[in-house]
Design a binder for this molecule. Structure first.
Ligand SMILES: [Zn+2]
Length: 257
């Protein structure tokens, strides 16, 4: 039993009983935690406004025998524009679901925390989030230890290419001889798209947000990253289906099987 202060971003909320809300908070100090916000679903409760999804808050947590309790909370940034714009909400929900699925509870990762915070700040402002999201997805994979191999063949480790495609199950590119007679699910990726994907590791998100968006490129990279993330998540990601339906997104037809 005890009290501690932390700073965190709300990844997810869900109802508990009639009046309470459980918040999944990604904190700088303690990693991902879950806490009950007592009364947070009653309209006049002081925790209502601060326990919205994506809110960035300063919190005082009371550690109980079972569930921790959000004792006090003060809003640092509400990220309200992310809840008011359907497309941005879909992107932010997708990012926070990926984090929620991949981050274990109570594992401190302040780099990822600061990356999410920076990402949400850019998302709030960017006119079309597509390429910013691709960069976010790719870098999140790297931070979480699932970095796809994009600079050589994941089979023989040779960097000469040419590559026949990206193998989500192997987590990287495959050359012709490693891809063998087929049977493996490969996602074709054009050399230009591959070069752009590698660039996304380096580029500043704010700078990327100012560039014009090429939807065909965004979709091509999306197909690769979504398939890979979905496979690694090992469970259906609801926010991804929602984002895709919102964008009337269809995968390129030329998958090699
Ligand atoms: Zn190879």
């Amino acid at each position: 039993m005890g009290l501690y202060h932390c700073e965190g971003i709300i990844l997810r909320t869900r109802g508990l009983g009639e009046a309470d809300r459980i918040v999944t908070l990604f904190t700088k100090e303690k990693g991902k935690i879950e806490a009950v916000a007592r009364g947070a679903r009653r309209p006049r409760n002081r925790l209502v406004g601060v326990t919205q999804q994506f809110s960035y808050l300063k919190a005082l947590i009371f550690t109980g025998k079972s569930l921790d309790q959000l004792s006090q909370a003060e809003l640092i940034k509400s990220f309200a524009p992310l809840r008011d714009d359907l497309l941005k909400m879909a992107y932010a929900t997708w990012w926070t679901e990926v984090l929620d699925v991949f981050l274990p509870l109570n594992e401190v990762n302040s780099d990822v925390f600061l990356f999410l915070l920076a990402g949400l700040v850019v998302l709030e402002k960017v006119p079309d989030p597509m390429l910013v999201s691709r960069a976010f997805e790719l870098r999140l994979l790297k931070y979480l230890g699932y970095e796809p191999v994009l600079d050589r063949c994941v089979g023989c480790r040779k960097a000469e290419g040419p590559y026949v495609g990206f193998a989500p199950s192997e987590g990287g590119l495959l050359c012709r001889s490693c891809a063998g007679a087929g049977g493996m699910n490969l996602i074709p990726v054009r050399p230009a798209a591959l070069a752009f994907l590698r660039e996304l590791y380096q580029v500043d998100l704010r700078e990327l947000a100012r560039r014009p968006v090429d939807p065909a490129l965004g979709n091509e990279l999306g197909h690769l990253l979504f398939t890979f993330i979905q496979l690694r998540a090992e469970k259906p990601l609801k926010s991804l289906s929602f984002l895709q339906s919102l964008m009337a997104w269809t995968p390129p037809e030329s998958d090699l099987n």
